[in-house]
Write a protein that binds this ligand. Sequence first.
Ligand code: AMP
Ligand code: ZN
Length: 301
Amino acid sequence: MLERPDLMSQLVDNKMLIPTGVKGIYGFSGEFENVVAAVERLARAIGKQGTTETISFPPAMNRAQLEDSGYLHGFPHLVGTVHHFCGDDQDHLLLLDSVEEGADWTKDLRAGDLALTPAACYPVYGIVARRGRLPEGGVNILLSSYCFRREPSDDPGRLQMFRMLEYVRMGTPEEALSFRSLWIDRAREIAEMLLLPATMEVAADPFFGRPGKIMASSQREQALKFELLLRVSGEQPTACMSFNYHQAHFAERWGIACSDGSPAHTACVGFGLERMALALLREHGFDVAEWPGTVRALLWS
Ligand code: AMP
Ligand code: ZN
C-alpha cells in the first residue's frame, strides 16, 4: 500500500497525474485512464439490466434546468457557469488591450445558457419530466458525465472536474428505496472483491452557509445519503460512491409523476471514477501488473 503524506507527489512523479497549474485539474496518463476505464466497465456491467436506459452527457448542461433543480439554494459555492464574449469589433479591441495590460479581460463576458454539470444526474430529471408520466414500474437510467465543482484542493481525490457514473431510479417510494439498498449491498461487495477496505456511513452534502447546516443535519437524521468510504489520499477515508434518496424533491420540482399520477420518488447512486481509481492505486500500488490476480481478473477479464 502506498503511504501518505505524498500520494500526490507520487502520482505526479509517476506521470499518472499531469499538473496544469490549476488545483484539481490534471491530465491523466494512459496508465491512469486504463484503471478509470476498468472501473467504469465494472460499474456498467454490475448494474446492467434489460430495462436500463443509458445516456452520456457532455460536461455542460442547460443552465435553466440547473436553476430549476434548486442546486443554487444548497451549493452556490460549487457552481460553475459558462460565460461568452458577446461584443463587437470595438469591444474586441478593448478586450485585447485588457489582456495586453494584464487587466481583467473577462469583465464583459456574459453568462449564456450553459452551466457546468455538478452531478451526472442533474440533466436527466427535466428530460424525463417532458416525456410525461413514468411507465408502470418506473424507470432505471444509467448516466455518465464529466462533472464540475468549484473546490480547488491539493488533494488528488478532490478534483474540480471529474467523471461520475450514476444509476438513477424513479418510481414509487418503495422502488426508490429498494434500489438504493440493493446498491448499498452491491457496493460493499464491489469493495470486497477489489480488496479495498471500506466503510459505509450515513453522510450529508456540503450545503452552503448557515441554512446549510440545518439542511445537512436533517439529511443525516433521515438517512437520505450514504457513502462508501475508501482510503484515498489522507488519513481519513474518502467518499468514493454515494447512495442518495431524494424522496419527492426532484419529482415535485419538475412534475415527474408515477403511472397513477402520484409524485415519483427518486434515488441515485454515484461512482466517482477517479476516486475509485485512486483508491485502487493507493491500495495495490502503481504497477497494475503486480496487483492481486483476483482484482486484475475482475477489472480486465
Ligand atoms: P456526491 O454527488 O457528492 O455524492 O458525489 C458522488 C461521487 O462523486 C462521490 O462519491 C465521489 O466519488 C465523487 N466526487 C464528488 N466530488 C468530487 C471531487 N471534488 N473530486 C473527485 N470526485 C468527486
Ligand atoms: Zn445523482
